[in-house]
Every structure is written in structure tokens, then in C-alpha cells.
Write a protein that binds this ligand. Structure first.
Ligand code: CTP
Ligand code: MG
Length: 232
């Protein structure tokens, strides 16, 4: 049997690029907020035991769940950056999660994760000494822009990947890596980057492009569309 894992689901962002008053993780699609879609996707895996959700202080929109789909949910106060929120989530994990247990980190704003991708990540990541992330190879040709908006160069896209979540790392190692980045004033935009700074090499696990993050209103429309397709 697979060892159980907990998830940290950062939801303390304000959604500045999306705009509007309601932070994007609480926008409702098909009767449920995005964070509910994200939790449903994670909890679909039998080995996922519960989730800690870092939210903003006095967040009026957090539904206050203590369980969801029959699994445990706990909230904690997030931080000023995504990395600080994830660190707060790691610290709020129950004591039953040991230092070398794997923990999943998954964006609340990434509602379209498939069980197939999650299963691959769990299988491959747990056989890696460091851990793993879901990602997809870059398909477009990459241009480097000059100050005037003209193209300075075409960058080789070979071996370039787009990092998604979930990302799977050991509780204590990830905690140390995020603490080190924060202490050094380096803003890491995902967990893997924090691990890489310590010389560790997480595994890339190829996942579906459908596991996109909701950043702009166009992304929300795409998610509504993909969800409708799924249930046809
Ligand atoms: N997040 C967080 N704490 C922060 C910033 C972000 O928990 N201080 C979370 C967001 O709620 C989201 C995830 O991290 O679920 C991914 O971040 P992003 O897409 O950048 O969301 P926002 O920071 O809310 O959006 P924006 O950058 O446009 O303001
Ligand atoms: Mg952000």
C-alpha cells in the first residue's frame, strides 16, 4: 500500500493579474469555487489524506472547511509571497507527518488536475531521492525582446519545460529549502526552485497542458469549457 501524503494548497494570493474584488481561488465555476475543484482533484487519489490551506488573515471568503469530500482540511495564515504561504502551510501540517514524509504542494488556482497526472507524479516522485514536479515541454518558439519591443534573439527551446503543480517533496527538506530562500531574499516561484538552490535535482514528470493555472479571465473561460467537455 502507498504511504499516505498530505497536501499544502496555497490560497493566500490576491489575484492581481486576474483583477476584480474576489480573489480568483474563490470564483465559482459549475457551482464550486476553484479551490474546491483543486481539492476534489487532490482528494480523488486514495493516498492523499488531507490538506492544509494557507489563506489571508481574516479572509472573509474562505469557507472555513474542516473537512472536504470526507478528508481532513485545516487552514492557516499565509504570507506575503507564495513561498511564505507554502512555508506556513508546511509548519501547520499535523505532527503525524514525519520529517521525511513526502508532501504535495498544489496551487488553489489550478483546478483542472487529472487523477492520471497526480498518480504518475506520486509514483515517480516517491521513487526519486529528492522528489518531482509535474511539467510540460515548451512547444512555442521563444523570442527575447529588446527594450523597443523588437526581437533581439530566438532562444533555443530544447530542454525547456514549464513548471506546474503539484510538486512533491519531503516535508523537512522543503521546509529548509524555503527557509533558506526567504533568509537570502531570493523570491522562488515554485518549490523546485528552492530545492535547486540547495543543489538538489528534482525529477520532471510530464503532465497534461490541461493542468493550467487560472491567471486571467481567459483562463477561467477555458476551465469552464474544459469542465463542460469533461461531463458530456
Ligand atoms: N498564493 C499564496 N500566497 C501568496 C501569493 C500567492 O498562497 N502570498 C497562492 C495563490 O492563492 C495561488 C497560488 O499561490 O493559489 C499561485 O499564485 P498566483 O497564481 O500568482 O496567484 P496570485 O498571487 O493570487 O495572483 P497574482 O500573482 O496575479 O496576484
Ligand atoms: Mg502571484
Amino acid at each position: 500500500m502507498m504511504a499516505r501524503v498530505w497536501a499544502v494548497v496555497p490560497a493566500a494570493g490576491r489575484g492581481t493579474r486576474f483583477g476584480g474584488d474576489l480573489p480568483k481561488q474563490y470564483l465559482v465555476v459549475d457551482g464550486a469555487p476553484l479551490i474546491a475543484h483543486a481539492l476534489t482533484a487532490l482528494f480523488a487519489h486514495d493516498a492523499v489524506e488531507g490538506a492544509v490551506v494557507p489563506v489571508s488573515e481574516n479572509d472573509p471568503d474562505w469557507p472555513g472547511w474542516t473537512e472536504f469530500a470526507g478528508k481532513a482540511v485545516q487552514s492557516c495564515i499565509g504570507g506575503a509571497t507564495r513561498a511564505a504561504s507554502v512555508l506556513a502551510g508546511l509548519q501547520a501540517l499535523p505532527g503525524s507527518v514525519r520529517a521525511d514524509d513526502f508532501v504535495l504542494v498544489h496551487d488553489a488556482a489550478r483546478p483542472n488536475l487529472s487523477l492520471t497526472d497526480l498518480s504518475h507524479l506520486m509514483e515517480r516522485g516517491r521513487n526519486d531521492p529528492v522528489g518531482a514536479i509535474l511539467a510540460a515541454p515548451v512547444r512555442d518558439t521563444l523570442k527575447r525582446a529588446g527594450d523597443d519591443g523588437g526581437i533581439d534573439a530566438t532562444e533555443p527551446r530544447e530542454r525547456l519545460w514549464r513548471a506546474f503543480t503539484p510538486q512533491l517533496f519531503r516535508r523537512m527538506q522543503l521546509t529548509r529549502a524555503l527557509e533558506s530562500a526567504l533568509a537570502d531574499g531570493v523570491e522562488v516561484t515554485d518549490e523546485a526552485m528552492a530545492m535547486e538552490r540547495l543543489g538538489l535535482r528534482p525529477l520532471l514528470v510530464e503532465g497534461s497542458e490541461s493542468n493550467f493555472k487560472i491567471t486571467t479571465p481567459a483562463d477561467l473561460a477555458r476551465f469552464a469549457f474544459e469542465l463542460a467537455q469533461r461531463s458530456r
